[in-house]
Design a binder for this molecule. Structure first.
Ligand SMILES: C[S@@+](CC[C@H](N)C(=O)[O-])C[C@H]1O[C@@H](n2cnc3c(N)ncnc32)[C@H](O)[C@@H]1O
Length: 210
C-alpha cells in the first residue's frame, strides 16, 4: 500500500528552484506556533519542504485536484511527516465557504498561495481575498508568489511570453497587474506589507489583515 501511494508523487521542477527563496521570505512572517494554510499546493513538494524547514508550525496543504491531493499525501508519507502534517484539504477558492474546521480557524496564522492567481480566472483572486479575510485574524498574513505585471517596472520578455502562452490556454488566465491586486487587497481590509523581488522575475507580495 505504501508503495502504491509513493507512485502518486508528482514532480513540479520549479518547486526545487524556488523553495529556498520562498522559505527565506516566509521566515520573516512565520511565528513560533500555529498553522499556515497553503492554497493550490499542487504536487505537495513545497508543503513537505516548508513543514521540515518550519517544524514548529503545522503546514496545511490544499488543492481542488484529486491527482494533486494524492500526490501531496504521497509526499507526506514519503517524507515521514504523516504524524505532523494533516491531509490536504479539497479546497477550490471559488467554492465557498472554504472547508475550514474550527481547529484550523483557531490555529491559523497565515495563508500562502504560490503560482495560482495567473493560472486561474480573476474571480479566483477575488475569492482568495474575500474568503481569506474571514479566516485570518488581525495582522495575520496572506502571501502571494508568482509573476506579476507592474506599471512602473518593465516586464521581462520571458514574463510577457508566459502571459501570452497562458492566455492562449485560457483567455481568463494571465499575469495580474500588481496595482489591481493591491486594490482588491485594500477593498478586503488587507494592507500591503512588502513586495520582494524573487529569482526568475517573480515577486513575493505580503499583505497583512488590518
Ligand atoms: C501552477 S500550479 C502551482 C502549484 C504549486 N503551488 C506550485 O507552485 O508548484 C497551480 C495550482 O493551482 C491550483 N488551482 C487552480 N485553480 C484553483 C482554484 N480555483 N482553487 C484552488 N486552487 C486552484 C491547481 O490545481 C494547481 O495545483
Amino acid at each position: 500500500m505504501e508503495y502504491i501511494n509513493l507512485d502518486n508523487r508528482l514532480n513540479f521542477p520549479a518547486t526545487t528552484r524556488n523553495r529556498d527563496s520562498i522559505a527565506a521570505v516566509l521566515s520573516n512572517y512565520i511565528s513560533s506556533n500555529g498553522l499556515l494554510l497553503e492554497i493550490a499546493s499542487g504536487s505537495g513538494e513545497h508543503g513537505v519542504f516548508f513543514q521540515q524547514i518550519f517544524p514548529s508550525i503545522i503546514w496545511q496543504t490544499s488543492d481542488p485536484e484529486l491527482v494533486h491531493r494524492k500526490s501531496i499525501n504521497s509526499w507526506i508519507k514519503h517524507e515521514g511527516l504523516f504524524s505532523k502534517m494533516p491531509e490536504p484539504l479539497d479546497l477550490d477558492v471559488e467554492m465557498r465557504p472554504w472547508p475550514i474546521t474550527k481547529q484550523i480557524r483557531s490555529l491559523i496564522k497565515g495563508i500562502v498561495c504560490i503560482n495560482m492567481i495567473h493560472i486561474s480566472p480573476w474571480t479566483c483572486t477575488q475569492a482568495l481575498f474575500e474568503e481569506s479575510k474571514s479566516h485570518l485574524n488581525q495582522n495575520n498574513f496572506l502571501m502571494l508568489y508568482g509573476p506579476f505585471l507592474r506599471k512602473q517596472v518593465q516586464t521581462s520578455q520571458s514574463n510577457l511570453n508566459f502571459d501570452q502562452s497562458l492566455k492562449l490556454q485560457n483567455p481568463l488566465w494571465g499575469l495580474r497587474q500588481l496595482d489591481e491586486v493591491n486594490e482588491l487587497a485594500l477593498e478586503n481590509g488587507f494592507r500591503q506589507d512588502k513586495v520582494i523581488a524573487m529569482p526568475a522575475n517573480n515577486l513575493s507580495v505580503i499583505y497583512l489583515l488590518d
